[in-house]
Design a protein. Structure first.
Length: 244
């Protein structure tokens, strides 16, 4: 499939979801009260869901029926949350430079408590295998194909799994996979420890109080305990934090 905006249509590995048999899709449930971690833009806090329509991520921004769908990215650990945001370009762009002013100071990371049971469409390795897909076809593509993987998010938003209306997607982070290859100290990023998820804001409460943000909560990754966490991750990635 080569969606409008695909930057490498000749080598696009993403199939058209309309041509796939998706009846074997299943759900993974995150139980009510379970902890998720999200990295957010500090200038938008306390808003958790992004309804700006800006960005270029694997499954967002999304337009459903011509309107922007608010979305929230979560992760099983704060490390994965930061690998998918502040440290994302360490792998995607091949750089080992992290800008304090661009990548750390604008962002915070916080633990959230799921306000209800979250049924998520399973796009983990096992879930993909059930529908005949590999990671390389959907959740491990390079950014050139994000326009195509977003078409999957739109298609899956419109599906039910049995009688259940899913509230998002869950998969195993490509960035965590790359980080683990970089450092043996990231060996814990296996299985569900590397899970990332996208939540659909039209099916969940948007108010941050509903998610009971709690500890750990680092509101500035350029100082204090947030900076210490960033330095620990940078050290494992052999990256350098610079002040510019």
């Amino acid at each position: 499939m080569t969606a409008p905006g695909c930057l490498d249509p000749v080598n696009c590995p993403v199939p058209d979801p309309q041509n796939m048999d998706l009846r074997r899709l299943r759900l993974i449930r995150i139980p009510e009260g379970a902890s998720l971690h999200t990295s957010y833009n500090r200038d938008r806090w306390p808003a958790l869901f992004n309804d700006s329509g800006k960005g270029n991520a694997r499954f967002s921004p999304l337009q459903i029926g011509g309107a922007i769908l608010p979305t929230l990215y979560g992760a099983a650990t704060q490390t994965v949350a930061l690998l998918e945001t502040s440290f994302h370009d360490v792998h995607e762009a091949g750089t080992r430079i992290i800008s304090e002013s661009l990548h750390l100071e604008p962002r915070g990371v916080v633990a959230l408590n799921a306000p209800e049971s979250l049924p998520l469409i399973d796009l983990t390795d096992e879930g993909l295998d059930r529908i005949g897909l590999s990671r390389a076809s959907l959740v491990a593509t390079t950014p050139e194909h994000y326009a195509c993987t977003r078409e999957w998010a739109v298609a899956l938003h419109g599906r039910r799994i049995g009688p259940i209306v899913p509230v998002g997607l869950v998969w195993q982070s490509r960035i965590a996979e790359l980080a683990r290859a970089d450092s043996l100290l990231f060996d814990d990023l296996l299985g569900h420890a590397s899970d990332a998820c996208l939540l659909f804001g039209d099916r969940l409460p948007l108010e941050h109080v509903a998610w009971q943000p709690g500890d750990p909560h680092f509101d500035d990754l350029s100082r204090g305990d947030g900076r210490l966490l960033a330095e620990q991750i940078a050290e494992q990635l052999d990256a350098v934090i610079v002040p510019s």
